[in-house]
Design a protein around this ligand. Structure first.
Ligand code: 5GP
Ligand code: MN
Length: 337
């Protein structure tokens, strides 16, 4: 983000404003962590700040400081629309196209507020007045730290802010192991610990709060794992019936897709999760190295994301979706040999 933009944003924030913060639909740890971290920072500066998430998010994020203040657009549309209409500034966090805001897209498109995007997805669209986009970054939470630093306000980072940002960096980097984790990411993490993020507690609150049925659902997912060694690919399926049997709650399948990558030589992992209510199969894609799942998801499954982590969907049955995958894989020479 150029110095001129920072000066202009500093001026925008120099008096009390009505600010709305929006993460992407299906918010993950990075989306909620960055939204709440920024919310605390801006509230402490004296602004009126509301975080409006397009829809619900997993229970393992619901302990984050400030969580009780998050408004869910799908549940509270009227109040949310009013807040958006009254907003002077809208921060769009962790997404690159307004269509990633789900049902909020229309009201956001109509809004006259100053839009500030902070995001690390490739190919940002230009809906924002100020776009801080960097696809090399580990996470939007890391970028919010850099944003606060650019505003020369690192000393204003409280333990609440540090906790939210730490949680999002940790989840988006797979606990600091994905390739986007840089030495700078670790320096930011070190600063956040200095500012009061208690790392072992954050890890415990996010990863070690399974109930039995969630762990048993993981068992079913691993039973369903199929490996296609000649394409260095592994995939998992979960039908609606299997989800129901294990009392599926939002977020219960988080991280399951990564197990495929734990198999030697596998560089491409997928999970297909049936959603009967929406009439789709929701798909997550993960890869190691140069195999680009963002392009794969865009080309075949109406999705996108990052080079090594993307999502998409299929409107075919589970069986036909798997057949489609099997027909596509031979086109990718980089998965062979
Ligand atoms: P996940 O597999 O964890 O749901 O998503 C992985 C990454 O892909 C995230 O960065 C997420 O924002 C992105 N993503 C997930 N689903 C979709 C989708 O349907 N469309 C696009 N464009 N990106 C997605
Ligand atoms: Mn992210």
């Amino acid at each position: 983000m150029i110095e001129q933009a920072i000066l202009e944003i500093t001026a925008e924030l120099s008096e009390a404003r009505n600010i709305v913060i929006v993460p992407h639909k299906g918010p993950d740890g990075d989306a909620i962590g960055s939204s709440l971290g920024l919310m605390h920072f801006l509230k402490n500066k004296g602004h009126q700040v509301d975080v409006i998430a397009p829809n619900e998010y997993p229970k393992f994020l619901k302990w984050l400081p400030g969580n009780e203040e998050v408004m869910i657009y799908e549940k509270d549309k009227e109040n949310a629309d009013k807040l958006i209409s009254d907003a002077d500034i809208v921060f769009a966090l962790d997404f690159n196209h307004l269509n990633r805001s789900g049902d909020m897209q229309d009201i956001l498109t109509a809004s006259q507020a100053v839009f500030i995007m902070i995001d690390h997805h490739r190919e940002p669209s230009d809906f924002a007045n100020y776009t801080y986009s960097d696809a090399e970054m580990s996470s939007t939470c890391e970028m919010v730290y850099h944003f606060i630093n650019k505003l020369r306000a690192v000393e204003k980072i409280t333990p609440e802010i540090a906790t939210c940002l730490y949680a999002g960096i940790m989840t988006d980097t797979g606990s600091f192991r994905f390739s986007a984790t840089s030495s700078e990411t670790h320096r930011v993490i070190a600063k956040l610990i200095d500012k009061g993020a208690v790392n072992h507690e954050i890890h415990n609150n996010i990863f070690d709060t399974f109930n039995e049925s969630r762990l048993q659902l993981l068992g079913t997912a691993l039973q369903n794992l199929r490996v296609k060694h000649n394409y260095k690919t592994a995939y998992i399926t979960l039908s609606q019936e299997e989800l129901d049997k294990h009392n599926f709650q939002k977020g219960d399948t988080e991280g399951f897709v990564n197990y495929g990558l734990a198999i030697e030589d596998v560089i491409f992992a997928l999970i297909f999760i049936e959603n009967k209510q929406e009439g789709i199969i929701k798909i997550s894609f993960r890869s190691k190295g140069d195999f680009n799942v963002n392009e794969f998801a865009r080309a075949h499954f109406e999705g996108g994301g990052h080079n090594n982590a993307a999502g998409g969907k299929s409107e075919l049955s589970m069986e036909d979706t798997i057949t489609k995958l099997n027909n596509i894989l031979p086109d990718y020479k980089e998965l062979q040999g």
